[in-house]
Write a protein of this length. Structure first.
Length: 316
């Protein structure tokens, strides 16, 4: 992808809490087979509602059955037991969601696996860095994509259907940018944005791109992230401070608009073993030199700040 970047999910599942030993492993097909009956999904929804409405840790069998509105106690017990260990835990005198149960209910309520819909295409107040054509956004099947009228990809990220409900397309784009920034920050911290397993962010040279790219793949869930090396600067406090000092908060720009993301000429390879990239960030004739190492770690040339401060004092 071009200055866009995207994370994608391969296989994988969140490990469920259960009454089994900590080193046990539940086969994903077995776990998700437990959701094969609509009544079991209703039970999970009812448990989630109870947790939202009550400070109690668990709900008793009778009250839970009443919430789900099932008269046949035996039938209800059978389906509740099918959820045990994977998504529901019996705790003392009642039942509660496991960690996996909380995650699956959140996905159900967000419409991640069920809701479909599309909005757009709709033009945005932004121009393509490749050809100056108007940027156009579209949201379809939980995926927000921004390209230009000449089909240059500018940005793409997933947005859960729940976040898109009653939202305008520009608002959905804003949500996607927020999720992208959070994912970049987590990735650079060594945490998979999808499953929270450890990952090793890497800045690598790419034969298909003119400048090095930020690429990460999670060995646990298979999620991948790819984007320009400038993505590392989007979440760096020194770069954000530099933009604010020039009255141009990064939050006011689309993630594909800053020159350090969109303009390959701002990026140069300073060293190859190990790889180190330098990015020039220029605003109002002031340049901030930023270095990014092979793990995506950002450092700023402090002499830039010093010379800028001396220039300001000279003007006074």
């Amino acid at each position: 992808m071009s200055p866009s970047g995207e994370e994608s999910s391969g296989r994988g599942d969140d490990s469920a809490e259960s009454g089994a030993s900590d080193d046990s492993h539940v086969d994903p097909s077995e776990a998700f087979a437990a959701l094969s009956d609509p009544l079991r999904v209703d039970i999970l929804r009812a448990l989630a509602a109870f947790h939202r409405e009550s400070a109690a840790e668990s709900v008793g069998f009778a009250e839970l059955r009443k919430r789900v509105d099932v008269r046949d106690s035996g039938r209800f017990r059978y389906h509740l037991n099918e959820l045990r260990d994977h998504f529901v835990r019996k705790d003392g005198g009642g039942y509660r969601l496991t960690h996996a149960g909380i995650k699956i209910v959140a996905a159900i309520l967000a419409g991640t696996y069920t809701d479909r819909g599309s909005i757009g295409p709709e033009p945005l107040d932004s121009d393509c860095s490749h050809c100056d054509a108007r940027a156009v956004a579209v949201y379809e099947d939980g995926y927000c994509a921004v390209s230009c009228e000449n089909d240059h990809t500018l940005f793409a990220w997933s947005v859960p259907p729940a976040a898109a409900t009653d939202a305008s397309l520009p608002e959905i784009v804003s949500h996607a940018e927020l999720f992208a920034r959070q994912a970049i920050e987590r990735t650079l911290a060594g945490i998979c944005p999808k499953c929270s397993a450890p990952v090793d962010p890497a800045v690598v040279e790419d034969e298909t791109a003119p400048t090095p790219r930020l690429r990460t793949r999670c060995d646990t869930c298979g999620a991948t992230m790819a984007g320009p090396v400038g993505f590392c600067l989007l979440v760096d406090p020194a770069v954000e401070s530099f933009y604010r000092r020039h009255d141009r908060p990064l939050d006011d720009l689309y993630v594909w608009e800053p020159a350090f993301v969109a303009d390959d000429s701002t990026v140069s390879v300073a060293a190859t073993d190990p790889l180190r990239v330098e990015i020039s960030v220029t605003l109002d004739a002031e340049t901030l030199t930023v270095s990014v190492d092979e793990a995506g770690r950002v450092s700023v040339d402090e002499s830039d700040h010093a010379s800028a401060d001396e220039s300001s004092r000279g003007d006074e």
